[in-house]
Design a protein around this ligand. Sequence first.
Ligand SMILES: O=P(O)(O)OC[C@H]1O[C@@H](O)[C@H](O)[C@@H](O)[C@@H]1O
Length: 942
Amino acid sequence: MSESESPAQMPDDQPNPVLVGPGLKALKNEAYTEATNATPGVEKISSEAPSYFNTLPGAKAATTDPSDTKSQPVQTTGRASSGMDLLRRLSLTSDSPMSPDIDPRAQHPGLRLSGRLISAAFCIPYKLNFRSGSDWTLKSRSGTSALFDSFAYLASDETSWSHTLVGWTGEVEPDVDMKSPLQQIHPNSSVNAPPAPTNLVANQPLNKAAAPVPVDGTKKPPAHPLVEGISVTQQDRERLDEQLSSGRHGRVLPVWLSDASEEPEETILLKDQGRWRRYSERELYPLLHYKQHGPTDGRSERRWWADYVRLNQLFADRIVQEYQEGDVVWVHDYHLFLLPSLLRQRIPNIYVGFFLHSPFPSSEFIRCLAKRKEILEGVLGANMIGFQTFSYSRHFTSCCTRVLGFESNSAGVDAYGAHVAVDVFPIGIDARSIQKAAFGAPDIEKTVLGIRKLYAGKKIIVGRDRLDSVRGVAQKLQAFEIFLERYPEWRDKVVLIQVTSPTSVEEEKEDPDNKIAGQISNLVSTINGRFGSLSFSPVQYYPQYLSPREYFALLRVADVGLITTVRDGMNTTSLEYIVCQQTNHSPLILSEFSGTAGTLPSAIHINPWDMVGVAGAINQALNMPAEQRKEQHLKLYKHVVTNTVSMWSRQYLNRLLTNLSSFDQSVATPALDRAKLMKQYRKARRRLFMFDYDGTLTPIVKDPQAAIPSDRVLRTLKSLSADPRNAVWIISGRDQAFLDEWMGHIPELGLSAEHGCFIRKPGSEDWENLAESSNMGWQKEVVDVFQHYTERTQGSFIERKRVALTWHYRRADPEYGAFQARECRKALEDTVAKRWDVEVMAGKANLEVRPTFVNKGFIATRLVNEYGTAPGKAPEFILCLGDDFTDEDMFRALKKFDLPRDHVYSVTVGASSKQTDASWHLLEPADVIGSIQMLFSANQDH
Ligand SMILES: O=P(O)(O)OC[C@H]1O[C@@H](O)[C@H](O)[C@@H](O)[C@@H]1O
């Protein structure tokens, strides 16, 4: 995720774990994240420094304790609102709690909600240190701070949800004396040792790592627990469950990722723990950020994929164990793309939302992914998918159309007949706690003064990024060099303080050459060599984690905030910077490639690839008059404090529930009950089968002529129709020639062509034309319209049948084809359909026109009527299967007969959430044949 890593930015060896043992003791100075939503037993930081509001002239102190979440906004007087009034009000309202949510159960009575919300995120908000048999050590996990704040909000009294967070434990680390000597120096050394930290203010190395390691030559070196694996017993796991349940994020259920087979074993061995992130962080993360790999033999990728599937399955298992009817599940981010579908397979009516925190690129990138189908289908199991910006959502819907052939528009995707809503929710931050940390944390004023003193007389440009190639640090340095070149008046008067924390990207972490780090340090040396002197270096580069205090102090002292990311889902650093600038009003230079850009139009937007443009923007920002800075900051600030992370959570959930209410999910179609079907099949002596062809007996393929029946299908139909008790019909939109050619050799089959225009009875070779008497004058007009669109839609073509006409766009560009089909349909409905009695039908990547008086429902009715409907005459077993809109006519026709319910099985092929008149569903054509073979072989046994 592309949120900033604050507030927990310290490296793991910082001596300030947030939570230690079951007592959940928080250390005062670093635990600001714990301050707003105090957990019993967790000590709060005190906030003595004046809040922004209190520092404003004439402002009335709202409360004495800014951490008091029950504080109320101050009422402003009746005079006209000045900018300052607004700021004052915003400053306070952002800090005051929102009124508790209205209970979603009251708002959406039709949904039968339980009031419980299960969030699924890749990792729990803590890093775990483990020693068998004793308490776990829990530290705040860095990164995705906004998301963790959202969980805290959902678990707080401010909402009526009962919240449970399900997440992976993350890489469990052994407690310090279980580690190898190497591990004791750099706890991260299995991954990438952090550089020796330096103190930002004193600029002195704190190099603890330089201490010599005592070596006892008489002892065998200890086994490396991260290599050998860590064994965690059932009791250890239970102890952790207990420790986790009392934090500010509410109930936290850890997912244990291991190779243990089905049932969780008594003792779990955690080994090569990094493997669980490999597929998502090596394959998905780069691609989502527009980076493509070179070709490989694909072996490693297959292994990573297997782990990715297992990871998602283990999450599904954990959630299913926890699930109660009416629960809402909210899945976060690309590590869990498969989870929505895995959940839906097991709980068809489940309410699931998904939110992607990273960018979603153009389909041109996604289509390069070997598992593109699985990934898209996985996430389409959700009822609603949220994105940070409109362009990401647009890319997603377009991808579903291009890669999966699903119809989509900006409101959502029709996946197997189910509507999956797609919407945009730019994430915010917890402005209130940032404000408190930046202005109220102990010693922060000292740190601010320290930095100012260090760079007295200089303008300070601040950059804080992760060292991923997509964060644009190299672009920033290059632009800064050009700035110093083109604007010599600023030399010696400006310093760029650039802080980078280690990359979070698996692939880059393990790059032995550390290319990006090398590139950055070369650029820093070049700039300092060119423009520095013995006493001053214009780039101060800190490759290290910062403590929250240093981080916020840095954002406060900045004269310019500079963000040049080349891809970023959101970029919450920019939002935190705005909160920290409430007294200075320093401008923000923001890359147009960050998700935040769309919501912050008052920042100075730059294209990070245009170095000269960025250099100009730096000059503009440094020269900006105070009044303009204030005015721009006011607008930015207003956005940040009104669009907080709590607001984001609420909006997402409200929209999800509204969508669920409008597409009645409670009527999800159940999977065909095969046992029931078989029972009735065995009992019945008169049985009627009606099969659609395309999409039911064969999968939909690019070229309609290539959709020929497989041997398995033909054998099944032959065997089924050989039983004299069975009447078996194919009721298709296909023409007689096609049906004759591929199924005509089975004499016992009944055939109906062109959506009911023709029928060929079992045992006969002649076709009856039911549309004989109708005037076909409409055909020429339809062909003319089709022709018009064929000429303008590359890859489309017309299929002329005897009566019905079909325009196919399956081989055209999917989005353009769908667009043209809509236009074509409108043109037909406005002209031909007004003059003639014909129906225009949208099929799967086609448009069909046929006379209105015949349809598949008419044939179904006729076939049932041929038996007669009186008891003893009517068929005792009817199985009718179809996949598309035209087959719904059959399902509707069957509903009109007054036959016993367990005698009639109407089955749609597609998702359970499809809007259909069928009573049952099967997922795909292979399941249709499987179910029929089951009946047939069962019958042979009897
Ligand atoms: O009704 P079915 O069997 O699903 O067929 C629908 C359409 O499928 C297309 O593939 C055929 O080219 C059309 O001619 C046909 O009408």
